[in-house]
Ligand binder design. Sequence first.
Ligand SMILES: O=C1O[C@H](COP(=O)(O)O)[C@@H](O)[C@H](O)[C@H]1O
Length: 244
Amino acid sequence: MSVDYHIVGDGNELAACAAELFTTVTQKAVADRGACMLALSGGKTPKLLFEKLGQPQFESLPWQRISLFWGDERFVPEGHADSNYRMTREALLERLSVKPAAICPVNTSLPSAEAAAESYATTICEIFPDSAIENGWPIFDCILLGLGTDGHTASLFPGDLTINEKISWTAVGRAPDNSQRITLTLPVLNAARQVIFLVSGSEKAAVVAAIARGQAKNLPAAMVKTKKVTWLLDAAAASTLVSR
Ligand SMILES: O=C1O[C@H](COP(=O)(O)O)[C@@H](O)[C@H](O)[C@H]1O
């Protein structure tokens, strides 16, 4: 596993740096394999990235070769304020003149979160080419992740047994407020070619430093050990990390 850190000033710089990484990752995947399979994250931090990617200078990205999935989703209707898909649609997808090869949100209109998780695994399986499934796991070119102050990532929460899932591609995670969320499982995160954590804000500084120093090995975000892990932090999120 290689881990690298990029520390930038603020949320806008973070979005600019993330957009550059996004460009590199998508272009490389398309050059190497003809397609790019990406999972997007929810949360506050990626919104600025999505708005940036919706600007005209990113129209030349190989959108028609990019398939978009979500690393996690709240079990709420598609138009709900908490929907990760709604946020991405408004911040990015509605602004794109060239449409991605596939846009695959979680179907949250199904009767239960379990049904939505199961159906999402089927969707991934249908869209992924056979060559992008290895040893029974889908190989995402890149998964964008966030980090909660409690160390959760995607919808893998500390203390929730979903983190132990070893067979399924998707599962239902339970957030501390007891709400249900559909999430990619840890083996899927770890099978990806690369994950990029986007983290901003001083409230994340302590957990970022604890994970980076190996002092929080049992937190879900610390259990992400993909071949290539990139942490993109703004100065506030990196403040504890760089202060000692
Ligand atoms: O990976 C993720 O992380 C976040 C934490 O988000 P933030 O709002 O604190 O930036 C999480 O809740 C989100 O659903 C997820 O995709």
